[in-house]
Design a protein around this ligand. Structure first.
Ligand SMILES: NC(=O)c1ccc[n+]([C@@H]2O[C@H](COP(=O)([O-])OP(=O)(O)OC[C@H]3O[C@@H](n4cnc5c(N)ncnc54)[C@H](OP(=O)(O)O)[C@@H]3O)[C@@H](O)[C@H]2O)c1
Length: 253
């Protein structure tokens, strides 16, 4: 444990699993206080076990404007001004576009794009109270290169990247910076873990045929991704990291 982030506060969306949970642990290890947003209350509670008073669980669906506003209001009344927002929640299923169900379209747009806008909007007044802030928007390689069956997911991430770049201009006077962290595949993250067996099998077969795994290299280790992300929150005041495309050095690509 070190105390480089003592006195700093953060909100991490999707902080109950995968990369988000690793980021929450890294922030707390360095002395920050963190509000963790997720929907499933039992999983949220379990993920915060052992982290003590440094964390609060903020039960919310980021696609719901009312729930997001309430979560940030609760954060503000507990921890006060906000220094960092990590827009990490994200989800997608493997569906070629001709088979995309209506409810999956609205759910993916909500969690991968609209929800991040709602979180940024609610974070701004709390960051102004802190005299500025840093936002990291977690994106995916699929924003730049087509991935079969993830066209909608990749398009949402591309839209998130455009949003992240554009708000830098709007928020400069408030000393609020926005960074895209674009990632390849990660080990031990939840993204495709819950997919039905037949969906996963179809995706793997298609991606093997298309050479996706060979061109990507090995999935990245969550711990170094989380540490890199937290490093982006603490760049010098004069530095602006607009887009970071992160891969593992030894992945062989
Ligand atoms: N995994 C990969 O290989 C990979 C590669 C590139 C980019 N990414 C991106 O990295 C980020 C983290 O991925 P991951 O695999 O670590 O995720 P994960 O393990 O599947 O966890 C997703 C988190 O988001 C929460 N969440 C999902 N929908 C939500 C909603 N509507 N409102 C609030 N919270 C919600 C989940 O909790 P609840 O379900 O309880 O809400 C959970 O805490 C995502 O943005 C993903 O797109 C992942």
């Amino acid at each position: 444990m070190n105390s480089e982030l003592k006195g700093k506060t953060a909100v991490v969306t999707g902080g109950s699993s995968g990369l988000g949970a690793a980021v929450v642990r890294t922030l707390v290890d360095r002395g920050a206080r963190v509000g963790v947003i997720a929907r499933n209350p039992a999983r949220l509670k379990a993920s915060l076990a052992g982290l003590g008073d440094a964390v609060i669980g903020l039960h919310a669906d980021i696609g719901d404007p009312r729930q997001v506003a309430d979560a940030f209001a609760e954060f503000g009344s507990t921890f006060g001004p906000l220094n960092f927002l990590v827009n990490n929640a994200g989800a997608g299923l493997y569906y070629p576009v001709d088979r995309l169900p209506d409810d999956e379209i609205s759910a993916e747009v909500a969690v991968n794009f609209v929800g991040h806008i709602l979180c940024v909007r609610s974070a701004i007044p709390l960051m102004r109270r802190a005299g500025g802030g840093v936002i990291v928007n977690v994106s995916s390689e699929s924003s730049q290169q087509p991935v079969h069956g993830l066209a909608l997911y990749g398009a949402c991430k591309a839209a998130l990247e455009a949003f992240s770049l554009a708000i830098n201009q709007e928020l400069r006077a408030d000393r609020i910076k926005s960074t895209v962290l674009r990632l390849g595949r990660m080990k031990d993250a939840g993204f495709s873990k819950g997919w039905p067996t037949d969906m996963r099998a179809e995706a793997v077969e298609r991606w093997q045929q298309g050479g996706r795994f060979a061109s990507d290299g090995e999935p990245m280790d969550l711990d170094f991704v989380a540490k890199t992300l937290v490093g982006l929150l603490t760049v010098p005041p004069a530095a602006q990291m607009r887009v970071v495309d992160l891969r593992e050095f030894d992945a062989g690509v």
